[in-house]
Ligand binder design. Structure first.
Ligand code: TLP
Length: 345
């Protein structure tokens, strides 16, 4: 059976055009910086984000970790959202591998970290305290509903960082979704940050890979650390070729995924037994909870949906997240709404 896969946008398989480009990619040893396709991708990514340089990395997790490792020394503190991917979904890499102390700040319902909370979390000079080095935000904020954070907000965080001599990193796994949702150039969202990680392998449809962007000096250090972590990938132009198509073809179509998420949100609002929040559906994600009277467990619903040809994933004991992407069309959205309505009736 051909499934409609709404578990994540990480499930996106390469398009036929990507597969062709991958097969024909010119390659070289990227540890020698000899892979022309990787070099082209890195130049393009840096220019699109408005930064000096960029680095192709195997995953978003490694991109974020490299940023943390470059910005912070062992024992330093990084301010992170309490619902951020860095804090809850990266296996504690920052502390396990970097000795970096996370300082969690509450993510508000709109995905932001309150500016006063950020200010209050910056450590004062005191022998008891860690040294604050870095502020991290996530755009779009995944767990808060795939919500985009505005350029104005990002600039305010950037100003706090600057005023306090801190570095500023954006986990922009879906920053192109944020740019599409806000109708701004992605450069505006990236401008206040010292570094941004974004994923090619989510809404941008590439099979593998993320980009880390920043200054030339920052990227040189990140390249060294990527090698240390075993991320020197040799003839990786076969993957970069797909990434180039991601950057050329995919940002312009993300609005379609967002429109489908909105339709999904509106459709699911009519299904009795589901509780949806207003912010949800603002980019390519729809989160919802099961109403108290629903006796079925999330696992039972996942199994029932699969029987109806739709893959969904849980996001909590009574919570789901559905994600639209390139391979989900209007029929897929209808199928998901009808499936849930049928199971919960
Ligand atoms: N997110 C995945 C899961 O890991 C939860 C998903 O399905 O959403 N930052 C953010 C905001 C992310 O959502 C993710 C992946 C990453 C970083 C990590 O990217 P990868 O999976 O490439 O390491």
């Amino acid at each position: 059976m051909e499934y409609i896969d709404l578990r994540s946008d990480t499930v996106t398989k390469p398009t036929p055009e990507m597969r062709e480009a991958m097969a024909e990619a010119e390659v070289g040893d990227d540890v020698y910086m000899d892979d022309p396709t990787v070099n082209k991708l890195q130049v393009k990514a840096a220019s699109m984000l408005g930064k000096e340089d960029s680095l192709f990395v195997p995953s978003g997790t490694m991109g974020n970790l490299l940023a943390l490792l470059v910005h912070c020394k062992r024992g330093d503190e990084a301010i992170v959202g309490d619902k951020s991917h860095i804090y809850i979904n990266e296996a504690g890499g920052m502390s396990a591998l970097g000795g970096i102390h996370p300082r969690p700040v509450i993510n508000q319902r709109d995905g932001t970290l309150a500016l006063d909370d950020i200010r209050a979390s910056i450590q004062t000079e005191d022998v008891h305290h860690t040294i604050t080095r870095l502020i991290c935000i996530e755009n779009t904020q995944n767990v808060c509903g795939g919500v985009p954070l505005s350029a104005e907000y990002t600039a305010q965080v950037g100003k706090i960082a600057k005023d306090n001599g801190l570095s500023f990193h954006i986990d922009g796994a879906r920053i192109f979704n944020a740019a599409a949702a806000l109708n701004v150039d992605v450069k505006e969202l990236a401008a206040p940050a010292d570094s941004v990680m974004f994923c090619l392998s989510k809404g941008l449809v590439a099979p593998v890979g993320s980009m880390l962007v920043g200054t030339r000096k920052f990227i040189a250090r990140a390249r060294h650390l990527r090698k240390m972590l075993g991320g020197g990938m040799r003839q990786v132009g076969v993957l970069a070729a797909a990434g180039l198509i991601s950057l050329e073809k995919m940002p312009g179509r993300l609005g379609q995924d967002h429109a489908r998420a909105k339709n999904l949100f509106e459709g699911l609002k009519q299904v009795k037994g589901l509780k949806l929040d207003a912010t949800e559906g603002s980019s390519n994600m729809v989160y919802f909870d099961l109403a108290d009277h629903i006796r079925l467990t999330v696992d039972e619903i996942i199994v029932e949906m699969k029987k109806r040809g739709v893959l969904v994933d849980w996001a909590g004991p009574r919570r789901f997240r559905l994600v639209t992407h390139y391979w989900v069309d209007d029929t897929g959205v209808d199928k998901a709404i009808k499936g849930l309505a049928d199971i919960l009736k």
